[in-house]
Design a protein around this ligand. Structure first.
Ligand code: GRF
Length: 221
């Protein structure tokens, strides 16, 4: 499956995916290119280091004309022969132009356990709210904000001493573990949808899996 990544910033999630590809862990994906909406973003350097071509479509050049911006993005996606779009730290909400061209074929990572804490700056909201378990979610993208079908989630504890920075670093580590796995699942055709519920082929129920429960803080503390 031909994949294009979209990033806005440092690109550490894309790097984790490209490293997994280089290590043979995503055999079903052929990475064709990066589309970046910010000039000078770290993701552009990362793509170059992996020999991945990139196109920059600076959002600010479009002076708020979102359909025109998305039209240019779509042209770049088509230029790469894209079949699957992987939003790896892409900080804008995509609308009908791109989503209509790629229905069910756009994936995103969000640094929270959705449906809790959609949107931006979630780490301060989580530490401020006082949740005890946080995490990250890989999901398909629909026209809402972080509201599409969930593919995979990873959880981490929130420590007493955590501020937003400490929590975001712990969540980012789990993002780097789960995103390459989810991209492998999707590009190898293991994920299907029943309504908004994703199903993973070859993952049947078992007692051992059902017992793997994380309680935080530990009850013995
Ligand atoms: C990550 O926290 C991701 O969950 C969110 O944006 C951030 C991107 O980080 N969507 P990076 O550019 O992948 O390092």
């Amino acid at each position: 499956m031909k994949v294009a990544c979209m990033c806005s910033g440092r690109g550490s999630n894309m790097k984790s995916i490209l490293e997994a590809k280089a290590a043979g862990r995503i055999p079903g994906a052929e990475f064709r290119g990066l589309i970046c909406d910010e000039e000078g973003a770290g993701a552009l350097e990362t793509a170059a280091a992996f020999g991945l071509p990139s196109v920059t479509v600076p959002f600010r050049d479009f002076k708020g004309d979102r359909p025109a911006f998305e039209g240019r993005v779509l042209e770049a996606l088509r230029g790469f022969g894209t079949e699957l779009v992987v939003l790896a730290g892409f900080q804008r909400v995509l609308g009908k132009t791109v989503l209509g061209a790629y229905p069910g074929k756009v994936m995103n990572i969000h640094p929270a356990l959705l449906p809790s804490f959609p949107g931006h700056q979630v780490w301060a909201k989580e530490t401020g709210y006082g949740v005890k378990i946080a995490g990250a979610t890989v999901h398909f993208v629909d026209e809402g904000v972080d509201s599409g079908p969930i593919i995979l989630q990873g959880a981490v504890p929130v420590l007493e001493t955590d501020g937003p920075d400490e929590l975001s670093a712990r969540i980012l580590a789990v993002e780097h573990r789960i995103f390459p796995v989810a991209v492998d699942w999707v590009t190898s055709g293991r994920v299907t949808l029943e309504g908004r519920v994703s199903r993973l082929k070859g993952f049947g129920p078992s007692e051992a899996q059902a017992e793997a429960v994380l309680i935080w803080p530990p009850l013995t503390a």
